[in-house]
Design a protein around this ligand. Structure first.
Ligand code: URP
Ligand code: ZN
Ligand code: ZN
Length: 475
């Protein structure tokens, strides 16, 4: 007998929509049929859509800093907010600090992630590509299932110059890893920040002036050119504007293995949000910065063209109140002292569904590709994650496409004291979530045990296999 039968839903996957029952046995999808027999648990789902659980491939959770502090959002509360929003797997980050290695940080992060209630994989941030790390530690990490390296082209003290970035690209190619990259020109930002502060412009709204689209476009072009030169697959993170997306589109047209990710904040927030009074603008500060409203339809066009094929949350929560979080430098500290990042794990699916499917900008299947199937493919987790294929993990979200809700921090399940989406009305809402066959959220109540998430080791995968043809003396 099946463990669970979900009856009467419309199955929505990357491939299409069909009315069918779905059966679960031993935590995996075991049957899809017009009518399934009895099961230990039967879920009647007429009028609901059944989709693969969300895969959020870009989340900053419980990351430690070199000064010994750890981000406010821990794996337990982040998991709760993920499940409440229909996401069942996340990929988050292991730091490296300049002068230090990666293996000890990896072990530490795995201990922290052991509290998770969603399934977890890691990207390894590389800030100091010294021989010991490139030749000994990273290969050991790959053995343990890490398959993506993260490079920052800005932020002190994470920034890589071109020489260091090339070393990361070359190591990734040797090791069979994807490189993911934050693209903004570090020196251009520093130049603009100095000029803004000299002119007395220090409030949060100046964040957008410090980091205009040209700064992102230049770094995107450079990152792609260097990856292309070394025949190394690259994913550009959090693309915020059409200028940067155009760089990706041009490279894709040349046959370069480059992909683009964007985030809901770039589709619904604007630079004007950072001009809200009382320092409230800090609540919307992330990098790249939210742009002018006109940019949003251009990003949707890039999504429809497939240039941007993943929508992640870039969840990175800092509370607004208190002296930590958004304002360690005090309430009126200049904008460049406000930590960058906003929470969004829980709101990702509802926002994208509402603005995408309910608003008629994308199809339901495209929605599933953006939030589940493509992130899983990019991260080497497909079809175990991001699909409802027979044998896939039974990570499912039952979705009410007509439900109307208003987002609020009161209803958010993260550990942060605000949501940048307060008061925003959405159409479409998750009503039940199953993770590997277990009902872990029903009616906004998350019922999963801390530590019930699983580590997702990743092996080599075809999507990021280099094309070949690199000069032998360069490989
Ligand atoms: O502002 C952001 N996005 N903060 C998180 C770190 C990053 O740049 O991805
Ligand atoms: Zn970034
Ligand atoms: Zn990020």
């Amino acid at each position: 007998m099946l463990d669970v039968a979900i009856r009467g839903a419309t199955l929505v996957t990357a491939e299409g929509m069909q009315r069918a029952d779905l059966g679960i046995q031993g935590g995996v999808v075991a049957a899809i049929a017009a009518r399934l027999p009895e099961a230990r648990r039967v879920v009647e789902a007429d009028g609901l859509w059944l989709m693969p659980g969300g895969v959020d491939p870009h989340c900053h959770i419980e990351e430690p800093a070199p000064d010994g502090t750890v981000m406010e959002e821990g794996f337990e509360s982040a998991s709760r907010s993920a499940l409440a929003g229909g996401t069942t797997s996340v990929v988050c980050f292991v730091p490296q600090w300049k002068g230090g290695g990666v293996l000890e940080r990896f072990r530490e992060q795995k201990r922290r992630a052991a509290r998770a209630m969603v399934d977890v994989a890691f990207h390894q941030i590389v800030t100091d590509p010294v021989p010991e790390v490139l030749e000994r530690e990273l290969p050991a990490l790959v053995e343990q299932g890490v398959r993506s390296l993260k490079a920052f082209l800005t932020y002190d003290p994470l920034v890589l110059d071109d020489g260091a970035f090339l070393k990361v690209l070359a190591a990734a190619r040797r090791l069979g890893c994807l490189v993911t990259v934050h693209c903004e020109n570090h020196h251009a930002i520093a130049h603009r920040i100095a000029a803004l502060k000299a002119a007395g412009l220090e409030a949060p709204f100046a964040h957008a002036l410090a980091r205009p689209p040209v700064v992102e476009r230049e770094a995107t072009h450079r990152a792609i050119a260097l990856a292309e030169m070394l025949d190394q697959p690259l994913q550009v993170f959090h693309v915020s504007c059409a200028e940067a997306a155009e760089e990706i589109a041009r490279a894709q047209a040349r046959g370069v293995q480059v992909w683009g990710e964007t985030c809901p904040q770039y589709l619904v927030l604007t630079a004007d949000d950072m001009a809200r009074p009382g320092g409230e603008g800090a609540k919307f500060m992330c990098s790249p910065a939210p742009r002018a409203a006109a940019e949003q339809e251009r990003l949707w066009a890039m999504i429809r063209r497939g240039v941007l094929d993943v929508v992640s949350s870039d969840h990175c929560g800092f509370s607004f109140g208190g002296t930590r979080g958004k304002r360690p430098g005090g309430r009126d500290a200049p904008f460049d002292q406000v930590p960058n990042g906003i929470p969004g794990l829980q709101a990702r699916l509802p926002l994208l569904f509402s603005e995408g499917v309910a608003a008629g900008r994308i199809t339901p299947e495209h929605f599933v590709r953006l939030v589940a199937a493509n992130p899983a493919r990019m991260m080497g987790l497909w079809p175990r994650k991001g699909s409802l294929h027979i044998g896939a993990d039974a990570d499912c979200v039952l979705w009410d496409p007509k439900a109307e809700r208003v987002l609020s921090n009161a209803a958010a399940q993260h550990a942060i004291d605000y949501t940048p989406y307060e008061g925003r009305a959405v159409t479409g809402w998750p009503v039940m979530v199953l993770r590997r066959g277990e009902v872990v959220m029903e009616g906004d109540v998350v019922a999963a045990a801390p530590g019930s998430g699983e580590w997702l080791p990743r092996g080599p995968y075809d999507l990021i296999r280099p094309r070949g043809g690199l000069e032998p003396w360069l490989a």
